[in-house]
Design a protein around this ligand. Structure first.
Ligand SMILES: Nc1ncnc2c1ncn2[C@@H]1O[C@H](COP(=O)(O)OP(=O)(O)OP(=O)(O)O)[C@@H](O)[C@H]1O
Ligand code: SF4
Ligand SMILES: [Mg+2]
Length: 329
């Protein structure tokens, strides 16, 4: 793989730890030793159940959440180990499209004002230049310039997502983290947003980190995919390999539970209770829910191993996983 544009090594992010005079709430490790490398120009997917740490990982990559350990490298430069304000400045080339697009917009401001404010923060204060860049960017995301006069509540879900994209494109990012970019959209709007994302990637030379619950979307748009479970990446590989020959029992369960495109609504739900960061199991974190677990699994945490070139799996029994070709999502 060529030099990654964005990489993390041994990344740990702790949340919620609070020291008081009389009590100390223990922190939870929402990201617990993540290694990843995103190649320039690719769409890198991150999937996993709700609460597994996807958004926290994104916030750490952005510099909004300080890492407790590990390193983040952007374009060959170490950018971790800084106070969030400095970290965010160093990582301006990485921008984030919010999981809830409405939440990123001020409800009392016309869209144009929000967009102009973003430009002003980044040093573009000339009114005429602001207006020209906003009109050009609205056109790039397929919106009329008149949209700048609207308030957020006057926008549809699809329009809000386009405005969310315009907001960050104005800042000329290299890497864009898209958090659930198609959640809650009708299929036709979803398809239009995905088409737009593809066009923008080519036109502006962008690299995407694509976080999604929707495996059918991930399969269609991502080049590579990482599967997260309780703050860890348990399997990573090309989208083609991962969907055809998943090796980790969790990935297999996730694919089996995904809504299918063949008309079936959902598959069997994932076994066992949803995991909690407050009680991370010993050994392999997935062992209480895993149909392939053996005594070793409860005793020893499996390290990631290469199953094939570019395909990594953290499971003691990945070699025993049946290798029938799947076509789940
Ligand atoms: N301030 C906090 N203190 C303690 N725990 C937190 C805090 N914020 C988030 N968490 C926990 O951290 C975990 C990771 O949350 P995160 O939002 O990263 O998950 P996610 O994978 O993005 O989920 P979703 O798919 O629902 O968006 C969750 O279990 C959440 O409950
Ligand atoms: S290490 Fe064991 S428990 Fe964990 S996924 Fe593999 S077989 Fe299942
Ligand atoms: Mg999230």
């Amino acid at each position: 793989m060529p030099e990654p544009i964005l990489a993390a090594r041994g990344l740990v992010v702790e949340l919620g730890g609070r020291r008081g005079l009389f009590r100390r709430a223990p922190a939870v490790r929402a990201v617990d030793g993540v290694d990843l490398a995103v190649a320039s120009g690719e769409t890198f997917g991150i999937v996993g159940e709700s609460g597994c740490g996807k958004t926290t990982l994104a916030r750490a990559l952005l510099g909004l959440q300080r890492e407790a350990a590990g390193e983040i490298v952007l374009e060959g430069r170490t950018v971790s180990g800084h106070h969030p304000l400095a970290a965010r400045r160093m990582r301006a080339a990485v921008q984030y499209v919010h999981q809830d697009p409405g939440a990123a917009l001020d409800p009392w401001w016309r869209v144009g004002r929000t967009l102009a404010e973003g430009l002003a923060i980044h040093g573009v204060t000339d009114r005429a230049e602001q207006e020209a860049r906003i009109a050009e960017t609205l056109a790039a995301v397929g919106l009329d310039a008149a949209m700048a006069q609207r308030y957020p509540h006057e926008l549809s879900g699809g329009q809000q997502r386009r405005i969310g994209l315009a907001r960050i494109l104005l800042l000329r990012p290299k890497v864009v983290i898209l958090d659930e970019p198609t959640a809650g959209l009708d299929l036709s709007v979803q398809a239009a947003v995905l088409r737009l994302l593809r066009e923008l990637r080519a036109r502006f030379g962008l690299t995407y980190v694509f976080i999604s619950h929707d495996l059918s979307v991930v399969r269609r748009v991502c080049d590579r995919v990482a599967v997260m479970y309780l703050g860890r990446i348990v399997e990573e590989g090309s989208a083609a390999t991962l969907f055809r020959e998943p090796r980790h029992p969790y990935t297999r369960a996730l694919l089996a539970a995904a809504p299918h495109l063949d008309g079936r609504d959902t598959g069997p739900s994932l076994p066992g209770d949803p995991p909690s960061l407050r009680a991370v199991p010993h050994g392999c974190r997935f062992h209480p829910r895993c149909s392939m677990a053996i005594p070793l699994c409860a005793a020893q945490d499996p390290a990631p191993e290469p199953a094939a070139p570019g395909h990594t799996v953290a499971c003691h029994r990945w070699r025993d996983a049946p290798t029938e070709h799947r076509d789940a999502a």
